[in-house]
Design a protein around this ligand. Sequence first.
Ligand code: PSV
Ligand code: MN
Length: 387
Amino acid sequence: MNPTAITDILRRQEIETPSWAYGNSGTRFKVFAQPGVPRDPYEKIADAATVHRFTGIAPSVALHIPWDKVSDYQHLAAYAAEHGIRLGTINANVFQDDDYRLGSVTNPDPAVRRKAVEHLLECVDIMDATGSPDLKLWFADGTNYPGQDDLRTRQDRLADALQQAYARLTGQQRMLLEYKLFEPAFYATDVPDWGTAYAHCVELGPRAQVVIDTGHHAPGTNIEFIVAFLLRQHRLGAFDFNSRFYADDDLMAGAADPFQLFRIMNEIAAAGAVTPDGGIAFMLDQCHNIEPKIQAVIRSVLNVQEATAKALLIDRTALAAAQRDGDVLAANDIIMDAYHTDVRPMLRQLREDMGLEPEPIAAYRASGYLAKVSAERVGGNAAGWGA
Ligand code: PSV
Ligand code: MN
């Protein structure tokens, strides 16, 4: 691909940032408070808009309900627009009420299942008000002990709930179903892998799509294979990018394993699906427990952008020829050549062409934004888990 074609794609790339990345978070041992943390969804939007201002490619923010509950969602959407961004994916949250101890949509108690489905429907009402295109579902449902509940019946309950939510979607709205190997359930998770998510999506219809959260697999899983498979089936709806050393560590995307992120973006670039018309929502899903949050989100956006630029640099004609010839080492060299290219000068130039500061992190640090919001955001309750 010629340099102009590459920069044209990079200019149109969009990465959605999560509202919860701006709030306080922690491990199950401690939530650390940081200065300047937003106290409500409006302040989270201001932080997300700041990330977009410095990167130019993060024009939307994902909301999590009820963490981001407000009385007027149209007002919130208008506020986002005033700040130069839009409201993106609506994430349902059926994992924090005491009622959900034995599951939400797969709970043995029909009253609890009904409550969970009502929340999913409420999230679609919110999408109608905000213009958000996607409903993202992740269920903490599962069991801790063999015999605790019937595994097949739980799948029936899940299918029934998904069907009710899917039927409520209108127009171009989509349902994105996320899987996760384990945690909080430790014996059997009800949506543990891409195969389960995929099978439910196929049963539902074309607007049900799978979400790949990069932290939700067993160690050593070949995630790019899952990407390739789902792309081929037209069922890859979105990513939750983050990185991990052990389990679902929720570290900055591209921090723990930049080569894996590159391999994933290679599959996306090969399928021509980097830009929004490719139908994939590229989101971050991370927590910044010990590092400054806004700067960490900027770093993550840039890491995804760098991995994408490298993937776009792969000489696909030469690669196809090497693959046809069975030249294993030449093919691998072509991939590694792109991976080892320093794309930072190209991206600095791109930002200048887009009217942005060439070095987003340095520019953000020099802007004084964090000192300003730390002085302003005094009193009230800092947003965080459960808030
Ligand atoms: C679950 O671990 C998850 O990845 C889901 O996307 C949730 O919505 C998110 O984290 C926030 O806790
Ligand atoms: Mn996730």
